[in-house]
Design a protein. Structure first.
Length: 368
């Protein structure tokens, strides 16, 4: 072979991965834009977190604490956990990637659900393993379908609870039934990015199950209710053996110092977080009722977003609504990549943004 034609080639399977595409941010030609595509909190970050960030910015010449002790202690205090069982990462995405990198390999299988977070598939395939997708039942995780998909090759099961982009959740009893039904060498990954928003008596984020099992981990994020998406802060609660394995390969300084400081301050300011949750609960109900009154179907949500389904009619489908809303400065999230081509996901925004979308969709649905 002519050596001139040779060039570096990625490992087989890498180029089969569809790269993650985030929600759009811009509406060309529109003076005022409301970005409601990425599930960011309209209240922003706690003033205490911002102060901590500014103070940390005065010492950028210093390496951060590689163990993130301050942040782990704040998380442990808030949730009454053992800090030794907490691992922090550059967003929960990094932690999900570490799990796949350490526990999956060629020939292994990992189970994901039909409308699950796209990053799971990316990380599974990136590790050389095979993603096994199981159907959901009306945008709800089907535990029996997952159990039926388990084979001797299964090494991991990923569950977003609550789900994204569906907004639905799996009751604690079903999560426990799922755990009881999988082999003990299979890791159950509970991604609870939206747990702070859930107000249901039958929901558990995963803390309780992790505390009593050796093959369950829970991941959380500071990107949603805490308003620190720009800093990329995630954390995992898990068994000592799993955290020990992940710590052996993670970057030694995977969280920057301002992120550590801001995260610790943010999680300790639960009064501010309470206001964010209260705003969200109010508008979750109002938006759902308003959209349903327009004749649209809304999947019941327990999160800070709603999944809105459009009629299968020319001129009224989700892409039509997306274009109409964008022209008026309201950017929602198209979810075709999640297997939902005729739906849009809307982040619950400020009062102004929420009322604007209601009015715009009313105009869209009433036009000939």
């Amino acid at each position: 072979m002519d050596s001139v034609s040779l060039k570096p080639a990625p490992r087989p399977g890498i180029l089969d991965i569809a790269a993650y595409v985030p929600g759009k941010e811009h509406a060309p030609g529109v003076a005022r834009v409301f970005k409601l595509s990425s599930n960011e909190t309209p209240l922003g970050a706690s003033p205490k977190a911002l102060d901590a960030f500014r103070q940390a910015a005065g010492h950028l010449e210093l390496y951060p604490d590689g163990q993130a002790l301050e942040l782990r202690a704040a998380i442990a205090d808030t949730h009454r956990l053992n800090a030794a069982n907490i691992l922090c990462g550059n967003g929960s995405d990094e932690l999900l990637g570490l799990l796949a990198h350490v526990y999956l390999g060629t020939g292994d299988e990992a189970i994901i659900t039909e409308h699950g977070f796209l990053v799971y598939r990316i990380q599974i395939m990136g590790a050389g393993a095979v993603p096994v997708t199981v159907k959901e039942n009306d945008c709800r995780v089907d535990v029996d379908a997952i159990l039926a998909a388990v084979t001797p090759k299964t090494r991991m099961v990923f569950i977003a609870n609550p789900g994204n982009p569906t907004g639905t959740y799996v009751p604690a009893a079903d999560i426990r039934r799922l755990h009881a039904g999988i082999p003990k060498n299979v890791i159950l990954v509970l991604d609870a990015a939206y747990a702070e928003y859930v107000d249901r008596n039958d929901y558990e984020s995963g803390i309780e199950l992790v505390s009593s099992a050796q093959n369950v981990v829970m991941t959380r994020t500071f990107s949603k209710v805490y308003g620190l998406a720009a800093l990329r802060i995630g954390w995992m609660y898990g068994p000592a053996d799993i955290l020990d394995a992940l710590n052996r390969v993670r970057g030694p300084f995977n969280l920057n110092a301002p992120a550590i400081a801001a995260g610790a301050a943010a999680i300790r300011d639960q009064t501010f977080i309470g206001k964010a949750v209260e705003h969200n609960a109010l508008w979750l109900t109002k938006l759902t009722q308003a959209f349903e009154a327009l004749g649209l179907r809304v999947t019941p949500s327990v999160t800070n977003f709603v999944l809105v389904h459009f009629p299968d009619v020319d001129g009224k489908r989700a892409p039509d609504a997306d274009a109409f809303l964008t022209s008026r400065g309201f950017i929602l999230r198209a979810v075709k990549g999640y297997g939902l081509p005729n739906a849009l996901r809307m982040t619950i925004g400020s009062e102004e943004a929420n009322r604007g979308v209601i009015e715009a969709l009313g105009e869209f649905m009433s036009k000939a």
